[in-house]
Design a binder for this molecule. Structure first.
Ligand SMILES: [Zn+2]
Length: 179
């Protein structure tokens, strides 16, 4: 890998304008999260950059939702397969940990899909790192839109989520925490 081959790669989560690079991006962008199958890695903001090299390789940069996320091995394998199926014989998937993933990178489309799936999307924006911690935001029930909800468990089905219950319709639901 030469520096020239990496010239397109600014890990900003934006689909590259170059058609060859965009082909790699589009293939990788179809990969879904193993834990939340309605969301693609592009919806989540895990997909940070993609490029086609002069030699015909596909290069993809991803940032895990949290360090040690067990889904990342699956995502890496799925991205490799998807980009290979798009006609790139050699695929490299780089994992970049800095800057760390934040729920701010989740797309509006992704938040809508999450809500439809029955998980309340993160509300508000992550606090500026080192800044004050955001408190007091109401978590809306994804079924009846009531804001009268309570946290049952800090950690839900995965570390990314908390388990809530709605006091209005009594349904328990997952809340995707702001990170
Ligand atoms: Zn409800």
């Amino acid at each position: 890998m030469s520096t020239a081959e990496d010239r397109h790669l600014s890990p900003d989560g934006i689909r590259p304008p170059d058609p060859a690079d965009a082909a790699v991006w589009d293939a990788a962008a179809q990969v879904t999260d193993p834990e939340i199958p309605v969301l693609t890695i592009a919806d989540l903001g895990i997909l940070r950059a993609a490029a086609a090299t002069a030699g015909g390789s596909g290069v993809v940069v991803i940032t895990p939702t949290y360090s040690g996320c067990p889904a990342m091995d699956t995502i890496t394998a799925d991205v490799t397969e998807a980009v290979r199926n798009a006609g790139f014989d050699t695929v490299r998937v780089d994992t970049v940990l800095t800057p760390s993933w934040t729920t701010d990178w989740m797309t509006e489309d992704g938040k809508r899909k999450l809500r439809e799936y029955g998980i309340t999307p993160p509300s508000g924006h992550a606090a500026v790192r080192g800044g004050p911690i955001r408190v007091g935001l109401s978590v809306k029930c994804p079924r009846c839109d009531s804001l009268d909800t309570k946290e049952l468990a800090r950690f839900g089905s995965t570390a990314c989520k908390a388990l809530y219950q709605c006091r209005a319709c009594l349904e328990p639901f997952d809340y995707f925490k702001v990170l």
